[in-house]
Design a protein around this ligand. Structure first.
Ligand code: HXC
Length: 517
């Protein structure tokens, strides 16, 4: 064999070692847990044959704790670039078969390298997380390594989309990189996120809890709001990544891509004319309204299990991506509470960062009254909705379907918060407060002195409804630009977005505003 051939054989042998990850036994253990390996994951996520790896041969040089015997090429992360549906992405996949995917200096430098290239080249970053957190044997060096990663996450925030897919444990420091990204996807049964595990919790607080109940996919999707999507399998999670990317631009300097329109832009849906029940205490499903307005089957809900009184998600109108925000009358009457405020504000800011116009469908009785809400800061959290809408410079259109009462009218993309167009349906109710509350305040004395207080109350409530339970006062004063027949909503939104596509607006010069976090 020539020397050149020997060198090539050496390279091939080193690459083969990198491919072998933590060895057959650990790969088998990974599979036994129902999990794919890092390389199998990348193969499932990326277009075939597009993966360009970097750092496959990098190893640590730690010698303490027998680490000299635990050198694996790649050091527990597979990183590089590839394509998804033909669009470039930067990716990394932590390899649990190598030292539990623990985060090391080498891991950090590889991940930071792909992130730096991604930001400079304007391409999304996808992290596949499967890690026991900071590599204990590296001590402060692994903590510093996390600091490097978090800084990259923050610097990339709002510049390129960042998606984290949790595919195993995400423990300790491993949680904070995903938490700094735009979307967190978790998979039932295999994903766990926690800053400290059940054992430490038992020692510190005495609480006994399972991995799943502490930080499983359902907990973070439905309770904590840390995660934004839940999948039944790794393959489904990768489908969600692909779907997400289809609505997002590759970076903040580009617009999201239009797909070839496939649904009639002039389609009018007669069912919308009767979808809002005449009795305003009756609920209806806002999902149905959304589905009937947007391009067929284009609605992709974000955080569907969290704060279900609000709906957030991406959709398309005439092929163009839009962000949909809506109240859900079917759940807690669509009220704005702490969690739904956080959910809406975050989604509005994501859409704004990535040039995705916002369509807001309003049916909301206001901010939720109550001691618990007040004491947990509904004032601070509710302010985020106002702040986010006001700050957003993308095209913003609202449609009031029914209730826009009090704070809900203002906060949910009102014209006064720099929204561009405000529509209402004939069923709109735009008032400072609901009739019962208003009448009690305004006519307390008269009601107390009346011979038949109930009859008087009914009469005044009826008068109040006549006055405020319609969109015409608001239309008369210009707060509402146009009252629509509900079936016209789709063509009117498409036409309005077409006009607003070239919208240019500015914010005051400042370092940054102080969003009430
Ligand atoms: C080094 C680690 C490790 C770590 C796991 N391993 N976590 N090695 N540093 N952080 C190693 C294990 O020693 C083991 O090696 C192999 O990975 C597989 O781990 P197992 O425990 O056998 O797997 P499993 O039973 O599936 O349990 C997975 C786990 C558990 C739940 C993640 O390993 C665990 O609790 N790890 C520690 C989690 C944690 O508390 N991390 C916080 C670190 S502090 P061998 O060779 O025996 O097979 C931190 C702070 C940063 O991250 C803060 C920044 C803000």
């Amino acid at each position: 064999m020539t020397t050149e051939m020997q060198e090539i054989e050496q390279l091939r042998a080193m690459r083969a070692k990198a491919m072998a990850a933590g060895g057959p036994e650990r790969i088998e253990a990974q599979h036994a847990k129902g999990k794919l390996t890092a390389r199998e994951r990348l193969a499932a996520l990326l277009d075939a044959g597009t993966f360009q790896e970097i750092g496959a041969l990098a190893t640590h040089n730690v010698t303490d704790f027998d680490m000299a015997d635990k050198k694996y090429p790649g050091d527990g992360v597979v990183a590089g670039f590839g394509k998804i549906h033909g669009r470039k992405v930067a990716v990394y996949a932590q390899d649990f078969t190598v030292l539990g995917g623990s985060f090391s200096e080498v891991q950090s430098s590889k991940i930071c390298r792909v992130m730096d290239v991604a930001v400079e080249s304007g391409i999304p970053i996808i992290g596949l997380i499967d890690s026991g957190g900071a590599r204990i044997q590296e001590g402060v060096r692994s903590l510093a390594a996390y600091g490097q990663l978090f800084t990259r996450n923050v610097m990339a925030s709002g510049v390129v989309p960042q998606i984290s897919v949790i595919l195993g444990p995400s423990a300790g420091g491993a949680v904070y990189s995903p938490a700094l990204t735009d979307f967190v996807i978790m998979v039932r049964r295999i994903s766990y996120m926690f800053i400290t595990g059940p054992d430490v919790i038992k020692t510190v607080t005495g609480e006994e809890v399972s991995f799943r109940d502490l930080g499983g996919a359902l907990v973070h999707n439905a309770k904590s709001g840390v995660a934004h999507l839940m999948a039944d399998s790794e393959h489904q999670a990768f489908q969600q990544v692909k779907q997400l990317l289809s609505y997002l631009p590759p970076n903040n300097a580009e617009d999201p891509r239009r797909v070839e329109p496939y649904d009639d832009p002039m389609r009018m849906d007669e069912a919308l004319n009767t979808i809002v029940p005449l009795d305003d205490t009756q609920p209806y499903d806002m999902h149905e309204v959304i589905e009937r307005i947007v391009d067929r089957d284009s609605f992709f809900e974000i955080q569907p299990y969290y704060a279900r009184n609000a709906i957030t998600g991406f959709a398309r109108l005439d092929g163009y991506p839009v962000g949909i925000v809506a109240n859900q009358p079917n759940y807690l009457a669509g009220v704005l509470d702490i969690d739904s405020s956080d959910k809406i504000a975050r989604f509005v800011r994501i859409c704004d960062a990535f040039n995705i116009p916002l369509v807001t469908l309003v049916d909301c009785p206001g901010y939720l009254p109550g001691v618990e809400q007040e004491h947990h800061g509904i004032i601070r959290h509710g302010a985020k909705v106002i702040y986010a809408y006001c700050e957003a410079t993308v095209p913003k259109i609202s449609v009031v379907l029914r209730k826009a009462i009090g704070g809900a009218y203002i906060a949910m993309s009102s014209k006064q918060l720099r929204s561009d167009l405000a529509f209402a349906w004939p069923t709109a109710e735009i008032a400072v407060m609901g009739p019962e509350g208003a009448v009690n305040i305004l006519y307390r004395r008269e009601l107390a002195e009346a011979a038949d207080p109930e009859a008087l109350r009914r009469q005044i409530v009826e008068e109040y409804r006549r006055k405020f339970h319609n969109p015409y006062v608001a239309a008369d004063t210009g707060q509402i630009d146009e009252v629509l027949e509900p079936r016209e909503t789709r063509p009117r939104l498409i036409a309005a977005l077409d006009i607003l596509r070239g919208k240019v607006t500015t914010l005051p010069a400042r370092k940054h505003g102080l969003m009430p976090v």
